[in-house]
Ligand binder design. Structure first.
Ligand code: FMN
Length: 209
């Protein structure tokens, strides 16, 4: 049996953390998860809040990241879109169980530019593009037959041509103002660092696990 190490000997993951580039470590962790071939490396839980203050959450794919924002694509008539148009605030969590890492991201969401939406939609597989036309996301569906009929109808309608981006399909960019990195360590001596946007800079605070 290997002898147990002292708690101080477990190295900190946060040496690479740079408060001038608060999202860089998130981008690095997603990339590492991709490089390791982990399933859904950019899947994140997305919580939104409706006009009455009720929270709703679901998974989406984080398909955009830059120095100040993350983003995802969705139906602009969905429940999550209605929540965002009403209150704008979102909170998201990514978790990579094999790496013992979690990131929480909070911010204000705005609709993405149509250029970004077009570029992403046109990069998707054709059948996914057609499925987006067929889905009135988050509204009542009488039966799966109905969805399959609509899918086939759009397949015929767009046969032999590029599938246009549906006007009701889009994306949201979340302007991040708070990000917490969580790194699991033995004995529940986990590390947590929170970066918060202040007027000019970002503050960095280590918090208890
Ligand atoms: C792993 C995973 C990834 C998903 N990614 C997306 C996504 O990127 N965009 C999306 O609209 N729905 C995605 N979904 C479906 C959503 O979780 C959700 O069911 C759908 O968007 C409707 O949510 P709403 O009714 O709260 O708006 C994903 C589901 C799973 C399980």
């Amino acid at each position: 049996m290997p002898s147990e190490r002292n708690i101080e000997e477990y190295t900190s993951p946060f040496t690479a953390l740079n408060s001038e580039r608060p999202l860089q470590l998130l981008a690095d962790w997603v990339q590492e998860a991709k490089d390791l071939g982990l399933a859904e490396p950019d899947a994140m839980n997305l919580a939104t809040v409706d006009a009455e203050g009720n929270p709703h959450n679901r998974m989406v794919l984080m398909r955009h990241i830059n120095e100040r924002e993350i983003g995802f694509f969705t139906n602009l008539e969905s429940r999550k879109a209605a929540d965002i148009f009403a209150t704008q605030r979102t909170s998201s969590t990514l978790w990579w169980p094999q790496l013992g890492r979690q990131v929480r991201i909070e911010g204000t969401a705005v609709e993405m530019s149509r250029d970004m939406v077009e570029a992403y939609y046109q990069s998707r597989p054709r059948k996914s593009q057609i499925a987006a036309w067929a889905s009135k996301q988050s509204t009542a569906l009488a039966s799966m037959d109905r969805l399959h009929q609509d899918f086939r109808r759009y397949e015929e309608q767009f046969s032999g041509q590029t599938v246009p981006t549906p006007p009701f399909w889009g994306g949201f960019a979340v302007l991040v103002d708070n990000i917490e990195y969580w790194y699991g360590k033995p004995f529940r001596l986990h590390e947590r660092i929170v970066l918060t946007k202040e007027k000019e800079d970002w503050s960095t605070t280590r918090i208890y696990p």
